[in-house]
Design a protein around this ligand. Sequence first.
Ligand SMILES: NC(=O)C1=CN([C@@H]2O[C@H](COP(=O)(O)OP(=O)(O)OC[C@H]3O[C@@H](n4cnc5c(N)ncnc54)[C@H](OP(=O)(O)O)[C@@H]3O)[C@@H](O)[C@H]2O)C=CC1
Ligand SMILES: O=C1O[C@H](COP(=O)(O)O)[C@@H](O)[C@H](O)[C@H]1O
Length: 495
Amino acid sequence: MDTMTFVLFGGTGDLAKRKIYPALYNLFLEEKMPSTFSIIGLGRNESTDKDFQESVENSIRTFSRRLSDNGSKIEQFLTTIRYSKLDARNKEDYQRLLQLVKDREEELNIPENRLFYLSVAPEFFDVIALNIKESGLGTTNGWKRLIIEKPFGQDLKSARLLNQNLNNAFKEDEIYRIDHYLGKPMVRNLEALKFENPVFQALWSNRSIANVQITASETVGVEQRAGYYDQAGAIRDMFQNHMLQLLMMTAMHAPKQKDANEIRAEKRKVLEALRPLNKDEVGKNLVRGQYEAGLVNNKNVPGYRDEPGVRKDSQTDTFIAARLWIDNQDWAGVPFYIRTGKKMPEKSTRIVVEFKRNHNDIYLNKDPNLLVIEINPNESVSLILNSKNPVNGELEPINADYASSQLDVPDGYELLIYDAIRGDSRFFAHWNEVELSWKWVQPILEAFDEEQIPLHGYTAGSNGPDAANRLLEEDGFSWWLDKSSIKEKQLALQA
Ligand SMILES: NC(=O)C1=CN([C@@H]2O[C@H](COP(=O)(O)OP(=O)(O)OC[C@H]3O[C@@H](n4cnc5c(N)ncnc54)[C@H](OP(=O)(O)O)[C@@H]3O)[C@@H](O)[C@H]2O)C=CC1
Ligand SMILES: O=C1O[C@H](COP(=O)(O)O)[C@@H](O)[C@H](O)[C@H]1O
C-alpha cells in the first residue's frame, strides 16, 4: 500500500472525532495503514500539535471500537499527527499547510501521495477544492484523492454546479463521494448474498419476488441539527442518497467483473430503469410525514415543530414512504417500497424481500417466504420458510438465521477510508449515480415546494402515517412492519 499524507479538513469537528480518528486508529491497529503515513488535522483555531494529539487521543478513547492492550499503540499512532490552523477561504493558510505537508513528506521520506478529506459543511466543499488546486497542494508527483462528505448538493442544479467546481480541481476518478451506507458491512455483503449463492441468484427477479421493502427507521429526531435538517428533510437527508443506494445495491445485476467501473455501471442501469415520477404522480406513489409529540422508548418527546431551531410552521418531512418501479426485464411488475423516518419505534435498517406465493401448490402456503437482511444496528440474514410442525402437522414459519452480533465488525468509516487509501472506489458514489438520483428526486422536491403533496402528521413512536400503509394495501401487500412483527412468526414457532 502506498505511503501517504492524510489531510483532514474539519479535523476538529464531530464526525472527525466520532468516526474518522477512531477509523484511522483501528486501521492502524490492524496494520491496514501504509507502513509510513502522516495525518494532518485542520481547524480554525490555534493549537499546538501536542494539544491536538491529546484531543485525538480523547476521541479514540471515547469512540474507538478497540483500544490496544497497553498505551503504546495509541502513542505510536499519535506521533503521526500534526495540526495546522486553516480557514477555508484564507489562501495564506493553504501555503502554511503546503509547507507542513512537504516538510512531513521530506522528514518521513514519503512520496507526494495526498488524500484530502473534506469533513466540513458543504458550503466549503468547492472553495476548499479550488484552494487545494491554486495553492499547489494538488500538484503532486504522486497521486491525489479527495474524499467528500454528504450532502452532495441540495437539488439537481446545485449538485451539478458542485460537481463542475470539483472537476476543476480533481478528476472523477480522484473523487471519493462518501455514502456511509456503502460502508456498512451488511450492505457490502449484498453482492455475496445475491451473486455467490446460486439459490438466490436463481430467485432474484420478478419470476420469484413479489415485492421488496427497504426501511431505515430511526428513534432519534432532529437532535442538534435543525439548521441543516429543516432545510433538507428526510427526502434529501436519507432518501436521495442512502435509500437509493440501498435500492441500487439490491436490484443491480451481477457485474462482469468486481471492479469499480463494472459495479458502478450496473448500479447506474438500475437508476436509468427507474420509472420517472412526474410531478402529478408524486402524490399517488409517495407519502410524506412529520412527527408529532408522542412516546419513544417510553419517553415523552416533543413534536418536530417544537424541537429547538425548527420553524414553528415548518413543512419539512421527517418521514418518506414511496413506491418505485424498475422498468427492466428482471424487475418489471415488482414494487420496491422504500421508507425512512425519524422518531419511529425502533432503530432498524433492513431489506425485506417477499417471495411470491405458489397458488397452484397442493400445500397452501400460510405465509410468503421472506428474506430479511438486517443492516443496522444488528446485522443478520434470516430466511423465513414454511415447514410442517412435527407435533401437530400444521404448516408454520421456520427461520434459517445468521447473525454477526458476536463478531467485532468494523465500522463503515473504517472500510471506506481503507478503500480510499488503496484507491478502491467500488463503494463510493460515482457522479452518474448522484446525478441520476437527484434527477429522479427533483420532481418530488418541486411537488413539495408547490405544496402539492399533503404533509401527514404521525405520532412519535409510531410507524409513520397511515397513508404509508395504504400505499402497499393498494397492491395487496403490507409492510413487514418491525422486528417484532417478523419475530412473531419466530415466537410462534418457539411456543
Ligand atoms: N457528524 C455526523 O454524524 C455526520 C456528518 N456528516 C458530514 O460531515 C461534515 C462535517 O460534519 P460535522 O463534523 O458534524 O460538523 P462540525 O460542525 O462538528 O465540524 C465542522 C468542522 O469544520 C470546521 N470549519 C468550520 N468552519 C470552517 C471554515 N470556515 N474553514 C475551515 N474549517 C471550518 C470546524 O473547525 P473549527 O470549528 O475548529 O474551526 C470543524 O472542524 C458535513 O458535511 C456533514 O454533513 C455526514 C454524516 C454524518
Ligand atoms: O446520513 C445520515 O444518516 C443517519 C443515519 O445513519 P445510520 O448509520 O445511523 O443509519 C441519520 O440519522 C442522519 O440524519 C443522516 O444525515
